[in-house]
Structures are given as structure tokens and as C-alpha cells.
Design a protein around this ligand. Structure first.
Ligand code: SF4
Length: 501
């Protein structure tokens, strides 16, 4: 489930490349900022956002706790609707099933709408190796397909590219120079893809939610391409992670409130399609044949695992990526897996079942908890990241210098006198290197940090020093206050006695 070639490099090396790419940093920062602000306004406007988050969490907890029941219900209802259901234990199996269906249909062209499961399966590569043209029709996915890259965000796959880079890519495809103007670029892609929708033999989609009570699947999108993919070609294949189930349409109301707001700050996406089986006689459009491939690919490893089961609650909104200070600096490719950001840092090792191989990505986090705050279904990603780090140390993969440093830090902060002495020493020692309230020295542990920012200096007076001073002042003032209160009370008593009370 890694991007090609990433296992030869470390997260640190990949992050270093990203940090030195100014275009990438600016593009990622600009878009994550917009998405984050959009989500903030949408959730504030909603009013009781936290209550709905809790509802979403409860629906996901309940569904995953009874996944076998709801999966069975979904499969029975979908089959009754005329859908062919296939189960794939691994990514290889999922790709083989899709390929087999394509071979039966003698397909030469497949149009795809956005699907992270198809990225897990590396389906484009598999189809193309078999001589089948696979065309991504989501604008962002189309751009990265032309660039030969993997998505760097769950929702905005080409988040790391600016319009000039996109214009260059699309100009090559067009065979003429296209202006870096969003209307021109989107217009070119729209025209190009329209022909592909009409000539494709198979349409492939992902699945945002699968409704157990009716055997339906639901897609959220903004471009209308998923609707084209699922209605124009004669055969439709849907790739669905086995955890996409929710019990009922009533539960979808909660999810439809949480997902678009968290993903893009929209109250609802432009299109929300509910698909219940292939075209029936009275239907004007839709595929004649519909297949759903239900993919495990490591998900059942999380079932019953006390540390990771809640990962199955994820609704792939991407809000944790937009909130993460690390993701916002390095983008998605540095994480190395199909999924990036805080969810990717945990999901990648959990899906692989090979924590050791991926143990360094848990370090790509400040553990600030912003991911948890952003998550519409309250997945405690920060706790899972701490668990992964602990596992790394317990398994003997810890960094010896870091471990010694942590022990020293613990010895200092757990003793009040040592801590105060260390602060005083630091305040004196930093005088030689502080400039404009910051330390820009690129030495020792400060080197990595100061390559891209300036470390804050210690305050001239620490909180503890200011607190102690305030405490002393209050203690000195206390007797004066007491005597004034006492004299006022004596005066009141005197007045009362004189008044004859
Ligand atoms: S972990 Fe939460 S915030 Fe992150 S993608 Fe999943 S649902 Fe969204």
C-alpha cells in the first residue's frame, strides 16, 4: 500500500524534499487553510456541531461493532437489487476480480471516479498492464494521473500543484499552450473527458457510504463525473472498503451533515447520488450490469484490536490533514502510503499489519491533538500515534540519543528545584544567541527546527517566576487588606450600636 519506491527512503528524507519545494509548501498551505476555514465557518454556523459529531461517532461505533450483521444485510439486499457482489481479501485479489470482469466485457476503456480503495489496489497500473485504458475523471485525479503521481490528499488529490504547474501538464495533453486560467483549464478537461465517458466500456466508482437496509451505495461529489461514470457505461464496478456500511438512510442524514462540512466546508456537495442496483426497465439511464467489490485488504486486522478498531470509523473527510501542522508543511507524498496526514500515519501501518516497517511515520506529528478536534467522528488519532511511538521504542527501534534526552528531560521536569534551576540557566545562557525574541542558531537539536523557522526564546520571566512574584506581593498586601476590612467592620458595628439595633 506504499507509493512506488518509497520504502527506499525515510519519512525524514521525503519531508526534507517537500520542505525544500517552495511551490508545494505554498500550494498545500493555501488550500488547507481555505478548507480549514471553510470547515470552521460551516460547523460554527451549524450551531450544535459537537452534538452531531457525537451522533456520528455513535453510528460508526455501533456499525463497526456489528459489522458482520450489517455487511450481511447489505449484501443480501444488494443481491436482491440485481448487483453482483464479490469479496476481496487482499489488494491483489480486488485487482484480479476487476480485471476478470473487464476481460469478460472485452473492455478496452474504463472511466473512473475518485476512489481511495482503487489507489490502495493500484488499479490503474493493473488495468494498464493488461492493455486497458484507465482514465481518472475527477479533475484532481486526472491531473495527478497525467503527472504520474499518487494523490497527496484524500479529498484534494492534486493539492500540491499550483495552476501554472497544472497548465503545463494539461498543455502537453492538449498539444497546445493553455493559459493558467482555471476556466480555460477546467474547460479543456471537461471537453476531453466528455468523449471518454461516451466511449468507455466500464465505469468504476468508489463508495462513500453503503446503506445496509436497502443495499444502496451513496456517492458525494462536486463535479458530476461520478454521476457520468455510474450512468453512461453499460457496466459499473464499485470498489468499496468493507467498513463503508451504515445501517439506514436515517443514519445517512447525520453523515451527510458531517462529511461535506468537514471535507470542504460545504453544507452539501453539488451532487449526492444514491444507487440501488443496475438500470431497471423503466429507468431512463444507468448501467445494465453492476458489480460491487467489497475489499478487506487489512481492515479485518483492526476489528477487535483495542488500539486500532476506531480507525474503521473513519469517513475519509480529510479534515485531520487540513488541521495537522505537519501535513500543512510537508503535504501528502512525504508519508509514503496511499493515505497521508494523521489518519495515514496510523492507517498505513494498521492496514499493513506491519507496524515495524512503517514505524517512522508516527514521528511526523506534533501530538497537538488538532486531528482529534477536527475529526467529525472523534477518532483519537493522537492516542494511536503515541501508541505507535511506544511500540517503536518497546520493539527496540528507538533512537538512543532521543531516549537519553527524554530521560534527562524527565529528571528535570519532575523536580521543581531542578526545573527552576534549568530555566534560570537557560535564561542566562540564551542571552548570547537571542535575536528579536527568537533563536535562529542552526546547531544540535535546533538545526532541524531552525532550518525552516525560528525557535522561540525563553521568556525573560517564566510563568513560575511571575507567579511566585505575584504570590509574594499578595502575601505582603494581605495584612493591610485585613486591617482595612477589620476597621470597616468595627465602624459598622459601632454605627449599629449607636443606632440602637
Ligand atoms: S480520521 Fe477523522 S478527520 Fe481524518 S479523514 Fe478520518 S474521519 Fe476525517
Amino acid at each position: 500500500m506504499s507509493q512506488p519506491g518509497v520504502m527506499d527512503t525515510t519519512v525524514k528524507e521525503r519531508a526534507g524534499l517537500a520542505l525544500n519545494d517552495d511551490f508545494l509548501r505554498k500550494a498545500v498551505k493555501f488550500t488547507t487553510e481555505r478548507l480549514r476555514n471553510g470547515k470552521k465557518s460551516a460547523s460554527e454556523e451549524h450551531g450544535n456541531w459537537d452534538e452531531w459529531r457525537e451522533r456520528g461517532r455513535q453510528i460508526r461505533l455501533h456499525t463497526i461493532a456489528h459489522l458482520d450483521y450489517y455487511l450481511n444485510e447489505f449484501v443480501n439486499n444488494a443481491r436482491a437489487n440485481g448487483v453482483h457482489i464479490h469479496f476481496a481479501d487482499t489488494s491483489v485479489e480486488a485487482a484480479a476480480i476487476a480485471l476478470d470482469i473487464a476481460a469478460h466485457k472485452q473492455a478496452s476503456t474504463v472511466v473512473k471516479s475518485k476512489s481511495m480503495v482503487s489507489e490502495e489496489v493500484h488499479l490503474n497500473h493493473v488495468l494498464e498492464s493488461a492493455g486497458i485504458e484507465a482514465i481518472e475523471t475527477d479533475l484532481g485525479e486526472y491531473i495527478i494521473q497525467l503527472a504520474g503521481e499518487a494523490p497527496s490528499h484524500i479529498v484534494i488529490p492534486a493539492i500540491h500543484k499550483n495552476r501554472y504547474q497544472i497548465a503545463e501538464l494539461l498543455s502537453k495533453e492538449a498539444g497546445e499552450i493553455l493559459e493558467p486560467d482555471t476556466t480555460v483549464l477546467a474547460g479543456f478537461v471537461r471537453k476531453k473527458l466528455r468523449e471518454k465517458f461516451l466511449e468507455a466500456d466500464i465505469g468504476m466508482t468508489g463508495c462513500n457510504f453503503a446503506i445496509a437496509e436497502t443495499g444502496s451505495m451513496v456517492l458525494f461529489e462536486n463535479e458530476g463525473n461520478a454521476r457520468m461514470v455510474s450512468t453512461v457505461p453499460k457496466t459499473q464496478i464499485t470498489l468499496m472498503g468493507m467498513e463503508r456500511i451504515i445501517p439506514s438512510w436515517t443514519d445517512l442524514e447525520v453523515m451527510a451533515t458531517l462529511l461535506p462540512r468537514s471535507a470542504t466546508g460545504q453544507k452539501l456537495t453539488m451532487y449526492m447520488s444514491g444507487i440501488t442496483g443496475p438500470r431497471r426497465t423503466a429507468d431512463a439511464d444507468g448501467p445494465d450490469e453492476m458489480h460491487i467489490i467489497i475489499v478487506d485488504n487489512g481492515r479485518s486486522l483492526q476489528l477487535g484490536d483495542p488500539e486500532f478498531q476506531e480507525l474503521l470509523n473513519c469517513i475519509r473527510c480529510g479534515a485531520c490533514l487540513n488541521a495537522c501542522p505537519v501535513y500543512r508543511h510537508i503535504g501528502g507524498h512525504a508519508y509514503g502510503g496511499t493515505y497521508s496526514g494523521p489518519i495515514g500515519a496510523v492507517l498505513t501501518p494498521a492496514l499493513n499489519g506491519n507496524i515495524d516497517e512503517w514505524n517512522d511515520i508516527a514521528g511526523a506529528s506534533s501530538l497537538c491533538g488538532a486531528c482529534y478536534e477536527a475529526c467529525p467522528v472523534k477518532i483519537p488519532l493522537h492516542d494511536m500515534l503515541v501508541y505507535l511511538r511506544r511500540r517503536k521504542v518497546e520493539d527496540g527501534h528507538g533512537n538512543k540519543m532521543e531516549s537519553m534526552g527524554m530521560k534527562g528531560f524527565a529528571a528535570v521536569v519532575s523536580n521543581s528545584k531542578r526545573f527552576s534551576a534549568a530555566i534560570r540557566l537557560g535564561q542566562i545562557g540564551q542571552k548570547a544567541v537571542v535575536r528579536n525574541n527568537g533563536i535562529s542558531l542552526k546547531l544540535g537539536p535546533l538545526k532541524g527546527w531552525n532550518n525552516y523557522r525560528v525557535a522561540p526564546s525563553l521568556a525573560k520571566k517564566s510563568f513560575r517566576q511571575q507567579w511566585n512574584k505575584l504570590d509574594q506581593e499578595l502575601n505582603q498586601e494581605q495584612p493591610a487588606m485585613d486591617s482595612s476590612v477589620r476597621s470597616r467592620m468595627e465602624q459598622i458595628i459601632r454605627e449599629r450600636e449607636e443606632g440602637g439595633y
